[in-house]
Ligand binder design. Structure first.
Ligand code: BES
Ligand code: ZN
Ligand code: ZN
Length: 506
């Protein structure tokens, strides 16, 4: 939508060519102007008061009406009065969508310098102004995302996009906006990789992206591939990835704090990164395969979060990212239903369905994390089951986490990031559903009862009881089907901001 979005600079200074072209003010449904709004209205010759009286000015959240100051007035050329909804139930997080509505208008008007003056109205409901700025910045940065890498000669000339500069006379709001735009940038990194088609975004492509990220942010990066997968007994990756020419790998990224305290255990972030999921020999049918380039979105979110962590969150705790990367394809070399495979922790698995592949590659990363990383906690993100989409739709991700401390931290991160999850249970009865007559466990029980929970139950066989662990199934939230708030049809980068917020507290 924009070529770029930046915050601050000289945008707000009056009397220079950087004077904002647009001022954004807010009103609740009661349409009471704040003190800054009133003074702006006086400067602008009363055009705001007139705009508030127009029937389309409802104050509904995201409703934008425009006012044009008289020629002689000192005010900006255009004033956008944006609705903030009901005063009594205002939540700072709604500003992501409000910012997106403002941005949609600015993309049409082509104005480049906007000053956002919401703090007087926000103050009247005692909102946290910095968090408000952050949510607004996230909205601007998320809606700015473009992906025209594969637009060719057939699309004609692309419309020129503007470089948006946002400022605020409230330094706290502006600081918040700055962080919001940064978090959106990290999210957009995840969305770029997610959107990249599977003939380009192969496992080695993902490894290259991780190496580039490591280089630019000072992280270390190690890629296990070929023989190293066998040496380390990464059974899931070897088997799931066997049928594809694009060979699997396990990517390990490590962020080390500069002023690290000795003996602090790392947080380990694990991402399911299937560059394509055909279902394997249990082939996906009836168009179920379309969109499965996005089966890498757990890993994409972890990559985006590592960008945030290493470049500006900079927690004092080390963070290790493990991306289990493979393409689930078909050939005469494919792994098959009925195969039995043994993992590095000694657990044997009867493959009953090659389309339940994500849990197999995650099992490798979880075993490795428990054995080799001495983790403070492990969090895995995965587009694991269609069942979680049936259960929770696109509103909440599914979360399995029986550790109260880790869950409390994730709850706080959910509240600031707006990336919401709903808890689902672990239980011995679900673990029993995974028992196999020939091996220890099956990778999928043919009975679809408690489908997303079966995935979590399977994974639990690969995590040591003593290690706090959260599994997050993002199959319902990793993408949207049409324009939704600050997102256009496509990937949302769900998880980047949740994980960044989680680590901001460490
Ligand atoms: N990648 C899919 C899950 C998925 C579904 C992701 C919809 C995004 C949107 C996963 O590998 C899969 O195929 N799961 C199967 C598991 C079943 C065979 C046990 C499913 O959910 O049907
Ligand atoms: Zn699958
Ligand atoms: Zn999958």
């Amino acid at each position: 939508m924009f070529e770029s979005v930046s915050v601050g600079g000289k945008g707000a200074r009056k009397g220079t060519k950087n004077t904002p072209q647009v001022v954004v003010i807010g009103v609740f449904q009661d349409k009471k102007l704040g003190s800054a709004g009133e003074s702006l209205d006086r400067d602008a010759g009363g055009v705001i008061g007139a705009a508030l009286k127009r029937p389309e000015c409802t104050g509904d959240s995201g409703r934008v009406v425009e006012a044009f100051p008289t020629e002689k007035s000192k005010a900006a050329g255009r004033i956008l009065v944006v609705g903030l909804g009901k005063r009594e139930s205002f939540k700072v997080g709604s500003l992501r969508n409000v910012a997106a509505a403002v941005a949609r208008r600015l993309a049409v008007t082509k104005d480049e310098r906007v000053s956002v003056e919401l703090s007087d109205v926000l103050g009247s409901v005692k909102a946290n102004v910095e968090l408000a700025g952050r949510a607004f910045g996230e909205g601007l940065g998320l809606i700015a995302w473009n992906y025209d890498r594969f637009k060719g000669k057939g699309s004609g000339e692309q419309a020129k996009r503007t470089n948006l500069v946002a400022t605020s006379s409230d330094s706290l709001f502006e600081r918040g906006m700055g962080l919001g735009v940064q978090l959106a940038e990290s999210t957009n990194i995840a969305r770029d990789v997610s959107q990249t088609p599977p003939n380009v975004a192969t496992p080695s492509y993902i490894a290259d992206q991780a190496k580039k990220l490591a280089k630019s942010t000072g992280m270390s990066c190690r890629v296990f591939e070929g023989k190293a997968l066998e040496t380390e007994r990464f059974t899931g990756l070897i088997n799931v990835g066997k049928a594809s020419e694009n060979k699997p790998c396990l990517i390990r990224l490590e962020y080390t704090p500069s002023k690290g305290r000795k003996g602090v255990k790392p947080m380990v972030l694990v991402g399911k990164t299937m560059t394509y999921d055909t279902g394997g020999l249990s082939l996906k049918i009836n168009n179920g395969m379309v969109g499965m380039k996005r089966d890498k979105d757990g890993g994409c979110a972890v990559l985006g979060a590592m960008h945030a962590i290493a470049s500006y969150i900079k927690p004092s705790r080390p963070v290790v990212a493990l991306l289990a990367v493979a393409e689930n394809s078909i050939s005469d070399e494919a792994y098959r239903p009925d195969d039995v495979i043994e993992f590095r922790n000694g657990v044997t698995v009867e493959v009953t369905n090659t389309d339940a592949e994500g849990r197999l590659v995650l099992a490798d990363a979880l075993c490795w994390a428990c054995e080799k990383e001495n983790p403070e906690a492990i969090i895995d993100l995965a587009t694991l089951t269609g069942g979680v989409v049936t259960a929770l739709g696109s509103t909440f991700a599914g979360l399995w986490c029986d550790n109260d401390d880790l869950r409390a931290k994730l709850e706080q991160a959910m509240n600031t990031s707006g990336e919401r999850w709903w808890r689902l249970p672990h239980d011995g009865e679900y673990r029993d559903m995974m028992k196999s007559p020939i091996a220890d466990i099956v990778n999928s029980n043919p009975n679809r009862k408690a489908h997303p929970i079966q995935g979590a139950a399977f994974l639990s066989y690969f995590v040591k009881d003593s290690i706090p662990w959260a599994h997050i199934d993002i199959a319902g939230v990793h993408a949207v089907e049409g324009d939704t708030g600050p997102f256009c049809k496509g990937p949302t980068g769900w998880g980047v901001r949740l994980l960044a917020d989680l680590m901001a507290g460490e």
